[in-house]
Design a protein around this ligand. Sequence first.
Ligand code: AMP
Ligand code: MG
Length: 408
Amino acid sequence: MRTVEEHQRVVAGLIEKRPPVRLPIAATLGLTLAEDIVAPLSLPGFDNSAMDGYAVIAEDVAGATEDRPVRLPVVEDIPAGRTDLLVLQRGTAHRIMTGAPLPRGATAVVPVEATNGATDTVEIRTAARSGQHVRTAGEDVTAGTTVLRAGVALTPAALGLAAALGLGELSVIPRQRVLVMSTGTELVAPGAPLQPGQIYESNAVMLAAAIREAGGEVVASPMCGDDVDVFRDTLNRYAGQADLIVTTGGVSAGAYEVVKDSLGSGAAPAATSGSGEVEFAKVAMQPGMPQGAGRVGGTPVVTLPGNPVSALVSFEVFLRVPLRAAMGAVQPGRPRRSAVLTEDLTSPRGKRQFRRGVFDPATGEVTSYGPPASHHLRWLASANCLLEIPEDTHELPAGSRVDVWDLS
Ligand code: AMP
Ligand code: MG
């Protein structure tokens, strides 16, 4: 059997970063910036008012008080967006709005609240310090400054900054495009009527969501029966659009193992089997023992087991990290915590066990959640962590320390 780490290395070795692309800024949220952003202009781009009020020369209103206001003629009205260049003469005021360009010569803005708000002759009721309520050009960003470094994940605020600098497109590491294929003649799409013996398809929905949550793009998530020709046709239809193909089901030791039959030699239950470029292996873990990985027509393919818990745990253990790393994530893995177990647990010897759990960050305690079997989706849906129990551990008494993967 392969160790978890061995199979992690095989999968990681298949997934490659795509070359950077330029995308419209609105399409780049969460992506990794591929080159530094150097400010092409300053922010603010021009001196402007920080308040609605009156642009003045500070000396002109030096003596103004509530009782002895200074009266100034209002000779211009400057809303935000006015583009002509104005000059303020001594002994006059311009009415000005927040964000409007400060006229040349003005040294301060008196807020409207400290005036009578008039548009002909304004009464200024307070003195103004030079520079008061003026936003100076370049005080936020000076043109030529590197404001964001290649490698950062683009947040809403980063997009806001880039947009403020006038950048319509950004160079980013593109998303990995993933084809998700679920297999099983028993599967029916949710929403359709169910015959006896059939079940609703859940893996493709779940894995597509996990891929999107990890930042990937899902090319398609078709459902195939256990028919080799249908499987191959479906794969060929979409494979050209994908950087990675993820399949579920059809890789264990029974008959009708469509993924094995299509991509490998299909039958042999040995530790490693397969022909061509896809290798099927047993990995010493629970859940998720039957795994496979390789290439089809040059495109990486990772074949996950069919049991829903196995499929999602396998995604967490083998795929999520290389997928995120290939999109430039600096910390592609889940945060790990050391937690104190609240109950006795046993784990199979010789296998890495991943149990679903509920971790309480307030107490640092973790309680396993639901049985270890690989078809209990209900518990997985309400768990917030995976407990990772080493191969050589058979019994874990309450109070033991255990590693957990924080899924929250
Ligand atoms: P397999 O690996 O194909 O033998 O599937 C193992 C178990 O997982 C069987 O009980 C299947 O019915 C179930 N299973 C496989 N694929 C899916 C799927 N896409 N959605 C829900 N259950 C599945
Ligand atoms: Mg199956």
